[in-house]
Design a protein around this ligand. Sequence first.
Ligand SMILES: NC(=O)c1ccc[n+]([C@@H]2O[C@H](COP(=O)([O-])OP(=O)(O)OC[C@H]3O[C@@H](n4cnc5c(N)ncnc54)[C@H](OP(=O)(O)O)[C@@H]3O)[C@@H](O)[C@H]2O)c1
Length: 328
Amino acid sequence: MLYFSIRGTWFAKCRVIFCVNMSKPILLLTGCNGLLGQKLLATLPSSLPYTVVAISKKSPQVPLPTNVVYCQLDLTHTVVVEELFENLRPALVLHTAALTLPDKSEQNQEEAYLQNVTVVESLCRLANLHHSFFVQLSTDFVFDGTAMLLTEETNPNPINYYGQTKYLAEEIVKNTPISWAIVRTCLVFGVLAQPSRSNILLWVIRNLQAGNPINVVADQLRTPTLAEDLAKGCWQVVLAKATGVWHIAGNELMSPYQFALKVAEVFELDATLISPTNAQEFKEIATRPLLTGFNTNKAQELLHFMPTPIEDALRFCKQMIDNTQQVI
Ligand SMILES: NC(=O)c1ccc[n+]([C@@H]2O[C@H](COP(=O)([O-])OP(=O)(O)OC[C@H]3O[C@@H](n4cnc5c(N)ncnc54)[C@H](OP(=O)(O)O)[C@@H]3O)[C@@H](O)[C@H]2O)c1
């Protein structure tokens, strides 16, 4: 492991583990240990005209592609982040890091504000200073749940604290004089060797494999998104430097209950363990919007984004688990 300091002040906090040719412009990828971050690294386009510097708070959770520079730092340490920008002058920032748990955000509002709003404020200020193109990841939880198959034109109206912080972040991005893109997505699922946290697919598989009965909400509607599809959509935005808001998601509207039944079918697990419930009965700390799900026509037409049909996506995930004999 190579400890590397661009300037002495962030020596202790920032560890660059692989050194690569820095002759290409820099793309700063935040949240690379997360579900999306890991998939972005796994789907790096060969034509990418950037050197990727990947940031996360913990040490790298999976082996990194050899051409990626890893930098372990906490984005809330503004001075360190300023030093990083000064030294790397990134041409593009792909900001996926966030406090992504709605219930934790509801209970720890100061932390959620710091991670999801203050960090974006400081990154946008630095992107403005260094003329970086800025890509912000956002969520269907910026909407209130009164309409489904939302387009990029639908007005946000968040109903929980996580949604509020992500909406505030969107507004900061839009109101900074930089070139920007906002990528909104919905109910992301996927298989990871080292999951940063669980997701609906892993939760259903784990419980059904263990023979645990589960109640799954049947009156919320979403467009579940394969993490690899989201990563590819993000790369399409990056490669095209496509400004504006983009809805990148699956294109089949279904409830989490219907999704769980499909998981049971594809993974040949006991579907009788799955019972439908409704949002009123299935109490969660943060209120979830009832109806969301995205219309992805804009991304399909302009970026040639093509979401994988759900059953194919689940078969792909099963293949991944079978191939790696992964324990879920
Ligand atoms: N997953 C979904 O269903 C979903 C739905 C809609 C929108 N989104 C949005 O998509 C984006 C990616 O989500 P995800 O599911 O990939 O999230 P995730 O799995 O929770 O990963 C987020 C990563 O961000 C990193 N991080 C958090 N705070 C940090 C900090 N202060 N400094 C450095 N790194 C930090 C964490 O790194 P360490 O692990 O190293 O601590 C974590 O691995 C988020 O912006 C989220 O709001 C996700």
